[in-house]
Write a protein that binds this ligand. Structure first.
Ligand SMILES: *Cc1c(COP(=O)(O)O)cnc(C)c1O
Length: 424
């Protein structure tokens, strides 16, 4: 254990980590492209984009330059009664690429707060109209963040167990995976009523729930059903946004448009924490009044931080380059070819892909459940020993690489995954 790891253990509590049994954390001193450089001289391929946030590689010079210029100009200013160029420009440029019914941008700090804001907008929309609605429909197994409102609309699991008594009730729909579409639509007919304030979904891919994927056609039908009852539709694109699914947003695969959208993760290219909630004009208008009681009373100290907005602008410059769009298609194609190769392995199940996201399940080889549970650690350690950072979700192995990842790097990772499959 190096010195930094010891100092870390003395003072730090890590996220999603059982501190008693966790191995010493790996010290990273530098990043460049898809590579993280360890204090011990090792180089790790970051195949999960550091928790799905990094789009263009680590320490990208364009983002670094723009943020450092901004840092010397204006680091922060209160965002109530004041404004600044990066916040306005980012809102203008986001609205230009989002579904064209999105009309206003509300800033917060991360994906969870983006979801909290969307929920508060939805509930208060109905409150302000004088027609309060209380029900929320969400998918089983959903993940929308770790704050209380975001947890409430997520699926119930071991992660939420201690908090269940404190979470508001939600009506759940099963995820409409292939083959389940009609059954889910049938259930939805009964669930969607005029009492439903909002339907929230991770469009096309449930991230933390295990990279569960489903088709746009069925989501369109669910959105239509919700809209038929006047319910608001929230698209949580915190993970799927900014090219991950092969298009700029997963909502771009849909005919029916969401009323509210949540963005974060890739928003700043993985440089700074920033959350965005966007909404339609109809929602915004429901808060306009001579009465202060109709105000959206929500804000954070660092709302629309100029550095974070600048990082997002710089990331968007890069994202919209032809070269980046070509890289997204290139990685998608590499994944598709690898998916074909994977199909030959009997230990692999439910191979699924949407753009730069590739996932599959590792099947226990007919043995006991405990072995099954251990697959996650086995796979994680096997790949880490080969300098690949992947973080299986249980028995789900997935890749979500930065867009600058080269074919050579991908080929190396694919090869090591095949080696892993041969050992389990
Ligand atoms: C990660 C994630 C969140 C929460 O974002 P944080 O920035 O971690 O709070 C919300 N929704 C989805 C779909 C996510 O993947």
């Amino acid at each position: 254990m190096n010195n930094l790891a010891e100092r870390d253990r003395a003072v730090i509590w890590h996220p999603f980590t059982q501190m008693q049994t966790a191995p010493a954390p790996i010290s990273i001193v530098r990043g460049e492209g898809s590579v993280l450089y360890g204090a011990d001289g090792r180089e790790y391929l970051d195949m999960i984009s550091s928790w799905w946030v990094n789009l263009h590689g680590h320490a990208h010079p364009h983002i670094a330059r723009r943020v450092s210029e901004q840092l010397q100009t204006l680091e922060h200013v209160i965002f109530a009664d004041f404004t600044h160029e990066p916040a306005v420009e980012l809102a203008e440029r986001l609205l230009a690429i989002l579904p064209n019914n999105q009309s206003k941008v509300f800033y917060s700090d991360n994906g969870s707060t983006a979801v909290e804001v969307a929920l508060k907008m939805a509930f208060q929309y109905w409150h302000n109209l004088g027609k309060p609605r209380r029900k929320v429909v969400a998918f089983d197994n959903a993940y929308h963040g770790d704050t209380f409102g975001a947890m409430a609309v997520g699926g119930r699991s071991a992660f939420t167990a201690p908090f269940v008594p404190f979470l508001f009730d939600v009506d759940y729909l099963p995820v409409p995976i292939a083959g389940q579409e009609d059954a889910v639509l049938h259930q939805a007919e009964a669930l969607f009523t005029n009492e439903v304030a909002a339907f929230i979904a991770e469009p096309l891919v449930q991230g933390a729930g295990g990279m569960v994927m489903y088709e746009p056609e069925v989501l369109d039908k669910l959105f239509q059903l919700a809209h038929r009852h006047g319910s608001l539709v929230i698209a949580d694109e915190v993970m799927t946004g900014f090219g991950r699914t092969g298009r700029l947003f997963a909502s771009d695969y849909l005919q029916e448009k969401p009323d509210l959208m949540c963005l974060s993760k890739g928003l700043t290219g993985g440089t700074m924490a920033l959350g965005v909630t966007t909404c339609t004009k109809a929602i915004y208008d429901a808060f306009l009044s001579d009465s202060k009681f109709k105000t959206l009373f929500h804000g954070h100290s660092f709302t629309a931080n100029p550095l974070a907005c600048t990082a997002a602008l710089a990331s968007m410059d890069l994202l919209l380059l032809d070269e980046t769009q070509a890289n997204i298609q290139r990685i998608s194609q590499q994944h598709a070819d690898f998916a074909n190769q994977l199909a030959a392995y009997s230990t692999v199940e439910t191979i699924r892909q949407r753009g730069t996201l590739l996932a599959f399940d590792l099947k226990a080889t007919g043995e006991q459940t405990s072995y099954f549970n251990n697959i996650r650690d086995t796979a994680y350690n096997f790949l880490l020993a080969r300098d690949i950072l992947m973080r299986p979700l249980g028995n789900v192995l997935y890749l979500i690489p930065p867009y600058c990842t080269t074919n050579e790097q991908l080929a190396y990772v694919y090869k090591q995954i095949i080696e892993l499959l041969k050992t389990i």
